[in-house]
Design a protein around this ligand. Structure first.
Ligand code: PEP
Ligand code: MG
Length: 305
C-alpha cells in the first residue's frame, strides 16, 4: 500500500536521473481500454499501439477503413498532445487471422509476417494507411512499421504513404502536415543497416522480443529454451547499442518497446547508450519512473560490452 502511494506521487513528474538525464516513458498497448490504462498510469505517450486487435476482432474479413479510422481517432483523442505510435499490422508468426490463409509454412516466423504481408497485400496496407492518415489530425499520431530488414522496404512504404497523402488531399480530407514515420528494429539485418535506415525515417523502436529471437536463433515461444533465450546476451545488447549510435548520428530518436525496456537490471545500460524512450506495459510505467529517478549516471561504470 505504501509503495503504491509512493508511485502515485510520481504522477505528473518526469523520469529524470539525479544528475538531470531524462528518458521518456511511454506504454505498450493492445486495445483502446489499454490506452486509457496507460494514461491513468501517466505514460508520457503510447510507444507501441499494436493494431492487430482490430484485425483479430473483425469477423468475416479485414476491418474496413472507417472502422479503423474510428479506433485510431479515438486513441488519438484520448492521448491529446501525447505521442501515439501506431504500429501497422504485424500478423503472421504466432498471430493468425481466421479469414486469412498463409498456407502451410515450415518456419512461420521466417515467412509471411508483418511488413511482408502489408507489402504483398497492398489493398489491405493502403486501407490501414488511409485510416491512419485520416486520424492524424486528431492528435499526435505517428506510424511505425514492423519487421523491417531492408532499405528498399522503407522506400517502398514511403512511396505508398506519399501516394495516399496525395489521394486524400485530392479528396479534400484533412491530415496532419507532418506524421513521423518510424520502423521497428527487430531483425539483425535492420541493426546492420541502421545507418542507412536512419536516413530514411524519423525514429527507431527496438523490438527486443523479436530481436532476441532472430539474433540468437531461439524461438521466442520455444518450450524449454528459456536458458538459451537470453535477452541480456552481449550480442543483443551490442545490437541495441549499434542501432542507438546510428540513430543519433543521423539525428533521429530511438526507443525500446520490447519486454527488455522494463527490465530494471538494464535501465542503467540503456541510459548509458542514450536511449531516448522506453515503452513498457502500463503497470510498469510508474515503477520504471521511480527507478530512473534514483539513478545517478555520473557514478555509472563505463559500459563494457
Ligand atoms: C518485439 O518484437 O519486441 C515487439 C515489441 O513486438 P511484438 O512483441 O509485438 O512482436
Ligand atoms: Mg516484434
Amino acid at each position: 500500500q505504501q509503495r503504491r502511494c509512493q508511485l502515485q506521487e510520481l504522477k505528473g513528474k518526469k523520469a529524470i536521473t539525479k544528475d538531470g538525464r531524462s528518458v521518456l516513458i511511454y506504454a505498450n498497448v493492445g486495445s483502446l481500454y489499454e490506452v486509457e490504462l496507460a494514461l491513468e498510469n501517466d505514460a508520457e505517450g503510447i510507444g507501441l499501439f499494436r493494431s492487430e486487435f482490430l484485425y483479430m476482432q473483425s469477423r468475416g474479413g479485414f476491418p474496413g477503413e472507417q472502422t479503423q479510422f474510428e479506433a485510431y481517432r479515438h486513441a488519438a483523442e484520448l492521448c491529446g498532445e501525447r505521442p501515439l505510435v501506431i504500429r501497422t499490422l504485424d500478423i503472421g508468426g504466432d498471430k493468425a487471422l481466421p479469414y486469412m490463409d498463409f498456407g502451410h509454412e515450415e518456419n512461420p516466423f521466417l515467412g509471411w509476417r508483418a511488413i511482408r504481408v502489408s507489402l504483398s497485400m497492398q489493398d489491405v496496407f493502403r486501407t490501414q494507411l488511409r485510416a491512419l492518415l485520416r486520424a492524424s489530425v486528431f492528435g499526435n499520431l505517428r506510424i511505425m512499421f514492423p519487421m523491417i530488414t531492408s532499405v528498399w522496404e522503407v522506400q517502398e512504404i514511403k512511396r505508398i504513404c506519399r501516394n495516399i497523402r496525395a489521394e486524400l488531399a485530392e479528396e479534400g480530407v484533412p491530415m496532419a502536415d507532418k506524421v513521423e514515420l518510424g520502423i521497428m528494429i527487430e531483425t539483425p539485418a535492420a541493426v546492420m543497416m541502421s545507418a542507412e535506415l536512419a536516413r530514411e525515417v524519423d525514429f527507431f523502436s527496438v523490438g527486443t522480443n523479436d530481436l532476441t529471437q532472430y539474433t540468437l536463433a531461439v524461438d521466442r515461444q520455444g518450450v524449454g529454451l528459456d536458458r538459451f533465450f537470453d535477452a541480456h546476451h552481449p550480442a543483443v545488447l551490442r545490437m541495441i547499442r549499434m542501432a542507438a549510435e546510428n540513430a543519433h548520428k543521423a539525428g533521429i530518436w530511438i526507443g525500446i518497446c520490447g519486454e527488455l525496456g522494463a527490465d530494471a537490471e538494464l535501465t542503467e545500460t540503456f541510459l548509458s547508450m542514450g536511449i531516448d524512450e522506453l515503452s513498457v506495459s502500463p503497470s510498469a510505467v510508474l515503477p520504471l519512473r521511480s527507478a530512473i529517478r534514483s539513478i545517478d549516471t555520473t557514478t555509472l561504470a563505463p559500459l563494457e560490452l
